[in-house]
Design a protein around this ligand. Sequence first.
Ligand SMILES: [Fe+2]
Ligand SMILES: [Fe+2]
Length: 160
Amino acid sequence: MNEFFELIEDILFHDEFLKLKDMTHHKGSRYDHLVSVSYHSYKIAKKYNLDYKSVARGALLHDFFLYDWREYKKNNRFNIKNNHGLNHPKVALNNAIKYFDLNDKEKDIIVKHMWPKCIGIPKYKESYLVSFVDKHIATIEFLEEFGMKNKFELVLEDVI
Ligand SMILES: [Fe+2]
Ligand SMILES: [Fe+2]
């Protein structure tokens, strides 16, 4: 846990990133969602000798957008260009670049995390990993939001 914390500490306590604590995502805050995806992705990346540093940091920033996605969807229901699913990875990447130094892998992790709902395919194994972990965690959070304390809550790094 200490190593994980050290890898992401500068992001975790950054003023702009802290704003995500006030943003609801699925169940809980977007901040919590990002920490959760980052931590599980990091554990799996370590287990499989992947680039766990880029995974921890890229995953932590994958949903770094500061608007209410439900409102955005409601307001853009008939505007194909403003598709939240397609656009928010780019918004997250722009925010991330603005405040932090990112390598190519971290950028790819962020901008491809909605794969296959994105332009192009992930360039790295690490990008696929974060995309899968994000979907798994989002599903759990979604079920929790609707009071279905899930039966699928598996500790990812123990089963993969
Ligand atoms: Fe996302
Ligand atoms: Fe996400």
